[in-house]
Design a protein around this ligand. Structure first.
Ligand SMILES: Nc1ncnc2c1ncn2[C@@H]1O[C@H](COP(=O)(O)OP(=O)(O)O)[C@@H](O)[C@H]1O
Ligand SMILES: O=C(CO)[C@@H](O)[C@H](O)COP(=O)(O)O
Length: 490
């Protein structure tokens, strides 16, 4: 039976999933370290991506050797907005700069002053966006900029090394600020403005289309029978929807990864300037999506666990053991600034209202509640720009916490649906599209909603408590906004 492989280069780990027409056969993940070599910096070494890829593939091969050897197509997904600068031999010139790096704040403010850009690109310039990083690089590391021959996106670095093809998909390309969303190709006006020649960028290929084959030497080294075709795939903002089979206009999902998103599919390109939302090309032709994009999702739990010297499950267990009536501090999860709804790269994380009785468990509870409030703000922004679905499916590492899911369902006052294979999120999405391409089927025909595996209904008491907490959360940000800006200028 034909099998396909989906790869998702997440911020915390590379995920790999092996499927056939019957569903998921094996799944694996391998961690990728994030480094912060200075204030606002967030970087990864592309060599670590490659090591994680080979480790995850090794685990799949050990789990399902026959199905692994038969892989006929590979789909790629991953974290968006990051930049990899390459020399003439396609070697990275420096570590990749990620979506949650806030150093390009000045460059983002300059780009935000261009009235035409957000309307064409579908998202407001922020320091995370590739084009702003490129301008930052020219100013701060001119030698690297001068040596750069090509620029690629995070998952597309893996493609380049796997196939030799310099290509990306419209969704990931949209996260650069350089895409003409309506045309689903690079915008000449944006390329001219940012001084980025088209030839230096990957060509934009629709998600289900092939972008070459795996190099035969790699296929042999990895233990594959033949060299699989590699499809363009999709940035992780869209690929989760493909894994869930939710691509009908108006359907949506929540992603609780390092970042968090609430994503709703649309079949027309309708930008929403000023809304704080991202309106980007989807992973299938003729589709777009609008998303509330939050800089900190479940990654804030990992941050709190590191701060308190605990593992994520330990911190969450301690938080769950607290008396439910006990007050926790207010947490603003803006550890890397915020996109929706504030578009404020200067914002930072805040723990407000600490008392003598508070300890790690209270911080854990505060973080979960802060994330729930941030998602409530995200849904409010989506509601302001159009309809929101009556229920939302959910993917990502944060779905491992029943407490987080209960809080998010209550804060959004919306049922959350877990679906089969949802644990493989974006990797499953691009694996399904790759399988469709391999079998010559229309991808859309494969995309019926995945069977429901669980449902979290909003608890009325929790919903009331969070509705009461939300005004305090919002007021705290409003009060601190000028101080964040002053701190950034200091
Ligand atoms: N048991 C758990 N409960 C809640 N969150 C968890 C748990 N285990 C891991 N996580 C969170 O999941 C996040 C990673 O999710 P994932 O979807 O893999 O993200 P990414 O795609 O960014 O790599 C981590 O930031 C971590 O905090
Ligand atoms: O922000 C977006 C999309 O706009 C994400 O693509 C992030 O760039 C990374 O995703 P995770 O690693 O948190 O899943």
């Amino acid at each position: 039976m034909a099998t396909a492989l989906g790869l998702d280069l997440g911020t915390s780990a590379l995920k790999a999933v092996l499927i056939d027409a019957g569903g998921v056969r094996a799944a694996a993940e391998a961690p990728v370290p994030v480094r912060s070599p200075g204030p606002g910096a967030s970087e990864q070494d592309p060599e670590d991506w490659w090591r994680a890829l080979e480790a995850a593939l090794g685990a799949l091969r050990a789990d399902a050797p026959r199905e692994f050897a038969a892989v006929g197509a590979i789909g790629l997904s991953g974290q968006m907005h990051g930049a990899v600068w390459l020399d003439g031999a396609d070697r990275p010139l420096r570590p990749a700069i990620l979506w949650n790096d806030t150093r390009a704040t000045r460059e983002a403010a300059e780009a935000a002053a261009l009235p035409w850009l957000e309307a064409a690109a579908g998202l407001r310039p922020g320091p995370g966006m590739t084009a702003c990083k490129h301008v930052w690089l020219a100013r701060h590391e001119p030698d690297v900029a001068a040596a750069t021959r090509r620029l690629t996106l995070c998952k597309d670095y893996l493609r380049l090394r796997m196939t030799g093809e310099h290509a990306t998909d419209p969704c990931d390309a949209a996260g650069t600020l350089l895409l003409d969303e309506a045309a689903r190709d690079w915008s000449d006006r944006a390329l001219d403005h940012f001084g980025m020649p088209r030839v230096s960028l990957p060509r934009v290929v629709e998600g289900p289309e092939p972008t070459g084959r795996l190099r035969p030497a790699l296929a042999a080294a990895w233990g594959l029978d033949a060299a699989p075709v590699v499809i363009a795939g999709a940035g992780d903002g869209a690929a989760g929807a493909l894994g869930l089979g939710l691509v009908a206009p108006g359907e949506g999902f929540v992603s609780l990864g390092t970042s968090a998103q609430i994503t709703i599919t649309a079949d027309v390109w309708r930008p929403a300037p000023g809304s704080g939302l991202q309106v980007l090309a989807h992973g299938l032709p003729g589709l777009w999506y609008r998303a509330a994009a939050l800089q900190s999702g479940a990654g804030a739990i990992a941050w709190a666990a590191r701060m308190t010297g605990r593992s994520v499950p330990e911190l969450l267990a301690e938080a769950a053991a607290l008396d439910p009536a006990e007050e926790a501090p207010v947490f603003l999860p803006y550890l890397a600034g915020e996109r929706t709804p504030h578009d404020d790269p200067d914002a930072r994380g805040v723990v407000f209202g600490l008392g003598l009785a508070h300890g790690p468990a209270h911080l854990g509870r505060a973080v979960l509640r802060g994330l729930a409030c941030a998602l409530a703000d995200g849904l409010a922004a989506l509601r302001g720009a159009g309809g929101v679905p009556a229920e939302l499916s959910v993917v990502g590492g944060g779905t491992r916490s029943p407490d987080l899911l209960a809080l998010v369902a209550a804060a959004l006052d919306t049922p959350l649906v877990l679906r089969d294979g949802g644990g493989s999120g974006a990797a499953l999405g691009v694996a399904r599209v790759a399988l469709a391409t391999l079998e010559g089927a229309e991808p859309a025909t494969f995309l019926t909603p995945a069977p429901e595996a669980g449902r979290i209904l909003p608890d009325p008491d929790l919903a009331r408590a969070l509705a009461g907490a939300l005004p305090r959360y919002r007021a705290l940000y409003r009060a601190l906004r000028p101080s964040f800006a002053a701190l950034a200028r200091a």
